[in-house]
Design a protein around this ligand. Structure first.
Ligand code: SAH
Ligand code: ZN
Length: 400
């Protein structure tokens, strides 16, 4: 497989390496057979010298990721459902939408968002290529087109693109389709994990093949400027480790916050080296703990949460079932499958508790608080580690 020659945002080259995470299978490619053959693709974060877009250096074909087996259902997070419901109420008022309005959501997944709007507007269409989640959207009564976003046959007053622009390798074509689909006075709202937060927070496990780009206002403004579209407002959100919601349109007055956050991004480039170094240090600390510390003793360590991001960390560290025999996950559909790359079996919570591990590694570290509280209810003495942003024990705080 060839390294990508030029930037997917602006075409500039050559791209500069930021962090190489080694060859890895796609993070969401959970396995039915433990040792079935897998395709490994290089996983490297690179940066464009011109528009500063952070992106993966190699592209996995999107058709192999987004299909009838796609496993991420937005509806599984209660917090996210609240977040999208609040957004719908807010945007309905802010844009003065009504029964004549046309709304399109791109990558609307299981329809969890549009269900809040569909009865209040004339059209509410979800464009969602993954059959698995699109089925749930249809079942909710949301008008759903099971396809990759290309163009639509009407002009939308509101286009919603939450956590989807990072998911396409064809960024310029995607923006072109957005511009062609938007009404003259319409707005596009885009939510995305802010690249600056990933860099500052050393969230290197956000990097996986499904995320082709790590977005910033700088890179997005450049993409939209070709069409005379502007980012006219931005909100900071706590979701996904620190996100932004950008508002894009033709004529609206541009708020000061846009230039404030863009300036923060300009100053962030100093962090890239530190980011890469700290990711490598986390891996080393974990491997050292396995070699000479407590975690290496057989049966002492199990994992919790078979999230996609966990696979980046495990495969970066080269971990297998030898080091972590099982990973617990409460999602029934995942139990009985195996993690890609590491081939660790996904089991019920109870199976991990029955093994009575001294240590549990929490892979979705962003949910640590919730998970620790949950496990402590039945296992008050349980100790926990995480690998990101750095390998460490969490509550109670003490040395390893
Ligand atoms: N918007 C939801 C889902 C995000 S996951 C949320 O914020 O929770 C990304 C979604 O985008 C997946 O459901 C995936 O199938 C979809 N997707 C990926 N590429 C796409 C494309 N080119 N056009 C439309 N949807 C896409
Ligand atoms: Zn670029």
């Amino acid at each position: 497989m060839q390294q990508k020659a030029c930037c997917r945002g602006c075409g500039a080259y050559p791209l500069k390496s930021v962090l190489n995470l080694g060859p890895q299978p796609p993070s969401n490619a959970y396995k039915i057979e433990q040792f079935a053959k897998e395709i490994f693709y290089p996983l490297e974060l690179v940066i464009c010298p011109d528009c500063q877009l952070l992106q993966t250096g190699y592209d996995v074909p999107p058709e192999t990721i987004f299909g009838s087996h796609y496993a991420y259902f937005s509806q599984n997070s209660h917090e996210w459902l609240e977040h999208t419901k609040d957004y719908c109420d807010m945007i309905y008022g802010r844009l003065a939408l009504g029964s004549q309005s046309k709304v399109v959501e791109i990558g609307g997944n299981d329809g969890h968002l549009l269900v809040n709007l569909k009865d209040r507007v004339e059209r509410a269409v979800n464009i969602e290529p993954s059959g698995s989640v699109a089925e749930a959207s249809i079942a909710r009564g949301v008008e759903t087109r099971v396809e990759f976003f290309d163009k639509i046959d009407f002009k939308a007053d509101l286009i919603i693109a939450n956590n989807v622009m990072a998911h396409t390798p064809y960024l310029r074509a995607f923006v072109d389709s957005l511009a062609r689909s938007l009404a003259a006075n319409g707005t596009i709202t885009i939510e995305f994990p802010h690249a600056l937060e990933m860099i500052k927070g050393v969230q290197f496990d956000t990097i996986y093949h499904e995320h082709y780009s790590y977005l910033s206002l700088t890179a997005l403004s450049r993409l939209f400027s070709r069409y005379d579209l502007h980012i006219y407002d931005v909100e900071r959100l706590p979701t996904h480790g620190g996100s932004l919601r950008a508002y894009v349109g033709y004529n609206q007055r541009i708020q000061d916050i846009v230039s404030i956050i863009t300036a923060e991004e300009r100053r962030s480039s100093v962090h890239y080296d530190i980011f890469a170094r700290r990711a490598a240090e986390s891996r080393q600390a974990f491997l050292y703990w396995l070699d000479v510390g407590d975690g290496g003793r057989p049966g002492q360590l199990q994992a919790y949460g078979a999230a996609a991001k966990g696979n980046t960390f495990l495969n970066y560290c080269g971990v297998t079932q030898n080091e972590i025999p099982m990973v617990a996950d409460t999602t029934l559909a995942k139990q009985g499958l195996y993690l890609p790359g590491s081939c660790i079996p996904i089991v019920s919570e109870q199976a991990v508790f029955d093994a009575d591990p001294r240590w549990i590694m929490i892979l979705p570290w962003n949910w640590s608080h919730e998970i620790v509280q949950r496990i402590r209810r039945t296992r008050p003495q349980q100790r926990f580690v995480v690998g990101v942003p750095t390998f460490q024990e969490i509550t109670p705080v003490c040395a390893l």
